[in-house]
Design a protein around this ligand. Structure first.
Ligand code: ZN
Ligand code: ZN
Length: 762
């Protein structure tokens, strides 16, 4: 009899891997065991040589759909072993530092869904139904290995029947850590705003549906957090929710069912595939012509709507008559989503009318992921639930444990071990204290669930005042090496790592704000990465940001600053027409601009788009990150849908600096002459895209570089992104764009890690 020992690394926990090993071992007449070792799975099998070979084939080719084998080591086992049977052994506690993977949450599977609607099934209408192929993972795990006693499911000891399933290797729930039933599992209940329980179990769900259909706002505790939920076709309800949340215009995401999607949205194969995947992100879709029949105009003021399909049993049960619900993360702007029952009741009092809660603890909060199709691929606006904390592998050599703390807005952190980059779930704006604490918690948790014993390096942004920078400095004071990377350099590295591209390249990095090497605000940058060195080779024209941060909130200030540069005091008269500022304010502005008081210098692309947005009366006040530019894009995109035109612009470029003063002034002139606002919006997009690509292409040719890429938050702009790609590819260059990492600041921490490795590799 031959014996072999196999070590399998990858996504092999919580995905039905051990029962699968059990099954194929049995099928191939082998004896031995399979055991969870914390970060990998150990298999020892004995039997005939050909059976063992068949077993290894099966292991590779028939593995469960959610599993992923990264590494498979086979050793001949010299020991004389004796086994009577094949068994699954209990997990072993291990503090050995081995790279392993904690699975992300998985949407309810087809089989569970079938059982849930089957009147004769013992889990009929039970919202927490789960099996080895589905259910919560990351959001319930406290530590590795992923076993029930290390998750919040340990509060629910299995009943006799469930235990039998759990122990039966041929059952779908064999070793399913999140399995449970109405008898032994978590319970759902409905409370009023004082936390008084009104109904339990199925009655609670039925009552919740009635309340939702009747126009009430409900807080619904889900898998990784809490949603505020209401119907989509009632202006009054939607507006109330907006008012209560302090979210005057940011579009709400909705949940709908597959069969209703085509009623209100347009989508292609890739979008559909993403929507129905077990990861179930929100996908941003184009509204169709019938959209307004079903939705209040206050749900989304863009030409798009963010949609997700139900991903838990509870979500499915909530659908009756309505075709969609608003499902928005229950958090006040900038703060983390609430997840504990007491906190939900306390923080959402006055916002939600009723609360549909349950008694399973959420260990790791995890916001919904958001994806959109740009440049013919699905990219991440937010990478979180369904993906975190699965690592992204980069073809790069690294032996250190590197902690990257990210920037400030749309934050994530990233832990790098060897070539695996573990990104945290979406964290948010860490300038707020609660969100900063959340960042630290998420980092600690990541360190724990990856069995990390020490951090060698901490990488942060160059901005001296970011909380994340201060946190990194604090760690450095304890003897950890500290490394700082400029914001847009990190975007460049993020794009390179995301594409496993480490040769010379030119990268355009566009966003709203990042602390520049010269102390100015950067955001419209072109870099060359050549011979392992980063050089800023071009950028947008420097403009004054009238009143500093206030100019990001009130884009007319930005417009004034730019027009003032061109026509001086006359610009004040133009701004006066908008009747947004008082005469007194305008007088101060004039003085400020003349003397350059509180007018920091910026090359931000976001600010230029903002200025045009205000020029065209699209947005006068920013109420969420990127709003003026996002709404300007919607105006332009609605225009090109109406009128397919080919547009030629002649961007003014001098010394690789793209003139934005003339762009804005020309837009103003066009507006004065009665040109269609949609056309002007579109013109501005093309001017920026063509100007930047021209500069990038010229420099690439000069430097003998054959690859040009695009990163940063503005690269979510479909018109600018796709135009730059076209220009670049039409000139015969390779184009780099994001795949697995967010284009925006959510990808900064990843870029910091890649950058540290590249900049210290020689
Ligand atoms: Zn299932
Ligand atoms: Zn049970």
């Amino acid at each position: 009899m031959d014996f072999i020992k196999i070590h399998v690394k990858g996504i092999v926990q919580g995905v039905g891997f051990r029962p699968f090993v059990y099954r194929i071992a049995k099928e191939n007449n082998l004896k031995g065991y399979v055991k969870n070792m914390g970060n990998y799975v150990e298999i020892v099998v004995g039997g005939k040589k050909e059976d063992i070979e068949k077993f290894i084939d099966d292991l590779k080719s028939k593995k469960p759909p959610l599993s992923k084998i990264d590494d498979l080591k086979i050793k001949l086992n010299e020991l004389k072993l004796h086994f009577d049977d094949f068994v699954i052994l209990n997990s072993e506690e291990t503090d050995r530092e081995e790279e392993g993977t904690i699975p992300a949450d998985v949407a309810i599977c087809e089989e569970c869904l079938k059982e849930m609607v089957d009147k004769n099934d013992r889990r009929y209408r039970y919202p927490f139904i789960a099996c080895t192929n589905c259910g919560p993972r990351f959001t319930v795990i406290e530590k590795v290995p992923y076993d029930r006693e290390n998750t919040s499911m340990r509060d629910f000891p299995l009943c006799e029947v469930c235990l039998e399933e759990y122990k039966n290797p041929l059952d779908r729930r064999f070793h399913a850590q999140a399995t449970c039933c109405p008898k032994c599992g978590p319970k759902v209940f409905l409370t009023d705003e004082n936390g008084e329980v009104l109904y339990e179990k199925d009655e609670a769900i039925n009552e919740a549906i009635k309340l939702l259909e009747g126009g009430k706002i409900l807080a619904v505790k889900g898998i990784g957090g809490t949603h505020l939920v209401c119907k989509v076709n009632d202006d009054e309800v939607v507006l109330t929710l907006r008012k209560m949340l302090g979210r005057p215009s940011q579009p709400f995401a909705v949940m709908s069912k597959l069969e209703y999607l085509s009623l209100f949205a347009e989508y292609g194969d890739e979008e559909l595939e993403t929507l129905i995947s077990p990861r179930r992100p929100i996908v941003v879709l184009k509204k169709n012509d019938d959209y307004n029949k079903y939705f209040s105009k206050y749900v989304s003021n863009l030409d798009t709507i963010g949609v997700m399909l139900p991903y838990s049993g509870l979500h499915y049960l909530l659908f009756d008559k309505e075709i969609a619900y608003i499902m928005t993360s229950a958090n006040l702007p900038g703060l983390p989503m609430v997840k504990d029952n007491d906190e939900i009741l306390k923080k959402l009092k006055g916002i939600a009318d009723y609360f549909l809660l349950h008694n399973r603890r959420i260990i790791n909060r995890c916001d919904d992921s958001v994806m959109k199709k740009i440049n013919n691929r699905m990219i991440f606006l937010r990478r979180s639930r369904g993906f975190a904390p699965e690592p992204i592998e980069v073809k790069i050599n690294n032996s250190k444990n590197i902690l990257c703390v990210g920037g400030e807005l749309n934050s994530t952190a990233c832990l790098v071990k060897k070539n695996k980059f573990y990104l945290t779930q979406y964290i948010g704006n860490t300038s707020k204290y609660e969100t900063f604490c959340y960042l630290k918690d998420a980092i600690n948790n990541l360190i724990k669930i990856t069995n990390t014993n020490k951090i060698d390096v901490v990488v942060c942004d160059m901005h001296p005042l970011f909380n994340s920078t201060k946190f990194a400095e604090e760690l450095a004071s304890k003897g950890i090496e500290l490394f700082r990377i400029q914001h847009h350099h990190a975007h460049v590295f993020s794009l390179m790592g995301d594409n496993n591209y480490f040769d010379d390249c030119i990268i355009i990095a566009l966003d709203g704000v990042g602390y520049g090497l010269d102390g100015n605000i950067w955001g419209g940058e072109i870099f060359a990465w050549k011979n392992n060195e980063m050089k800023r080779i071009g950028h947008l024209e420097e403009q004054y940001q009238l009143g500093g941060d206030l100019a990001t909130k009130y884009p007319l200030r930005m417009l004034l600053g730019i027009l003032y540069k061109k026509i001086g005091e006359e610009a004040i008269d133009i701004i006066k027409e908008y009747k947004f500022f008082s005469d007194k304010e305008l007088k101060i502005f004039s003085l400020q601009l003349e003397k350059k008081i509180n007018c920091p210098i910026t090359t931000s692309c976001g600010r230029v788009l903002d200025a045009i947005s205000s020029l065209l009366s699209v947005t006068f006040e920013k109420t969420y990150d990127g709003e003026p530019a996002i709404r300007l894009e919607a105006l332009a995109s609605e225009f090109i849908k109406r009128k397919r035109i080919d547009i030629e612009v002649n961007p003014k470029i001098k010394n690789d600096i793209l003139n934005t003063t003339d762009l804005i002034y020309n837009c103003h002139e066009m507006l004065k002459n009665g040109v269609d606002r949609g056309y002007i919006a579109y013109y501005a997009h093309i001017y920026i895209a063509d100007g930047l690509s021209k500069t990038a292409i010229k420099n690439a040719e000069k430097l003998g570089i054959d690859c040009i890429g695009l990163s940063g938050g503005v690269s979510y702009n479909k018109i600018i992104s796709e135009r730059i790609r076209e220009n670049v590819e039409n000139h015969g260059f390779k184009f780099l764009y994001h795949k697995n990492v967010s284009n925006g600041d959510g990808g900064l921490s990843f870029g910091q890690g890649v950058g540290y490795i590249l900049m210290n590799s020689q």
